[in-house]
Design a protein around this ligand. Structure first.
Ligand code: NAP
Length: 320
């Protein structure tokens, strides 16, 4: 099969399309013929060797794929050959024509969701879901600020929160991004580059502030978040690309909590519950992954450059 291989950590140029041996499923494993692979910022940090998760070299990148079950190993009962599935991680990497998974990593992809959309499910949606429900313990009726709502995790968070009965305020950095956030169901949309947008946020919440903030760029926003979050509010750090100085008094006076969140820490039990919630939303049509661009698998390096640029507008997916 063709697969993207990384032989040394480095820039996007280390992503090379190569011919490798087809994997075969052992007992308890599932082989998926990949129809689309999702590109996430975390794939670039892993490729660069800058992430806590450092795979043994050489490796095939990618956590998120969607496709059709090609073969199953002994004892597999959850999926059958020919089933449409999306993957939540894999054993062999998603940027390839075939992806080998553990049985618990292959999940039914409802008919109404395309393969390209399916490749945009796991990392963005599971992250948003775990942050909102399992870390922030958000409950319907609360107000959530999705700080960075135009990207992969942000659009997922807006859809999940809206469908569950939260009041949703989302931010985007471009006109196009803000339009996208509104289309995903945000009740109000703000511009995170506009001066005074946080005063606007406070006004929109009647002076109270959001109960939950899902933060995509904590190194820029964490101190601002602590200044606007509601009393008893929770700020979940989902994304951060550097250090920041904060004033702890802001948290103190509000009884506010800052929570870290890494999807890599989700337990098997949590993941099973998260996937059940996501599949229900995909089936019902309340969760609709937004695909911004489809690129051929051979252009993985370009996809890694694009995914880190501002002006996010839906997922980038690779098509083998
Ligand atoms: P993405 O698709 O590239 O989206 C990035 C988002 O950040 C866009 O909505 C962008 O908005 C927004 N942004 C840019 N400047 C901002 C600012 N000053 N304030 C608020 N938001 C701003 O990336 P993604 O896949 O959604 O991931 C978002 C972040 O979460 C990344 O850092 C990623 O590594 C991280 N992440 C973490 C986990 C985890 O387990 N903790 C899982 C998945 C992702 P505009 O482009 O419209 O300005």
């Amino acid at each position: 099969m063709k697969a993207i291989r990384v032989h040394e950590f480095g820039g996007p140029e280390v992503l090379r399309l190569e011919e490798v041996l087809d994997p075969h499923p052992a007992a308890g494993q599932v082989l998926v013929r990949t129809r689309a692979a999702g590109v996430n910022p975390v794939d670039t940090y892993i490729r660069a060797g800058a992430h806590a998760v450092k795979p043994k070299l050489p490796f095939t990148p990618g956590l998120d794929a969607a496709g059709v079950v090609e073969a199953v190993g002994e004892g597999v009962t959850r999926v059958r050959v020919g089933d449409r599935v999306y993957t939540g991680g894999s054993l062999s990497g998603a940027y390839a024509e075939l992806a080998l998974c553990g049985e618990a990593q292959a999940h039914s992809l409802p008919e109404r969701v395309s393969f390209a959309q399916g490749a945009g499910v796991f990392t963005p949606y599971a992250t948003a879901y775990r942050a909102l429900f399992l870390r922030a313990r958000g409950v319907p009726g609360e107000t959530v600020l999705v700080h960075g709502a135009s990207g992969g995790v942000g659009t997922a968070a807006v859809q999940i929160a809206r469908a569950a009965g939260f009041r949703v305020i989302g931010t985007g950095g471009s006109e196009e991004g803000r339009k996208l956030v509104a289309e995903q169901g945000a009740h109000q949309v703000l511009d995170h580059h506009a001066p005074g947008y946080l005063e606007q946020l406070t006004k929109l919440t009647g002076g109270r502030g959001p109960d939950v903030i899902l933060e995509m760029l904590a190194n820029v926003n964490l101190n601002k978040d602590l200044g606007v979050v509601a009393k008893g509010g929770r700020v979940v750090v989902i994304g951060s690309r550097g250090a920041i100085e904060i004033n702890p008094r802001l948290a103190m006076t509000r009884d506010a909590t800052v929570l870290g969140m890494s999807l890599f820490n989700a337990s098997p039990q949590e993941l099973a519950s998260i996937h059940a919630g996501l599949i229900a939303g995909l089936e019902a049509g309340t969760l609709r992954p937004v695909v911004g661009r489809e690129l051929p698998l051979a252009e993985a390096a370009r996809a890694h450059e694009e995914v880190l640029k501002p002006g996010a507008h839906g997922k980038i997916v690779l098509i083998p």
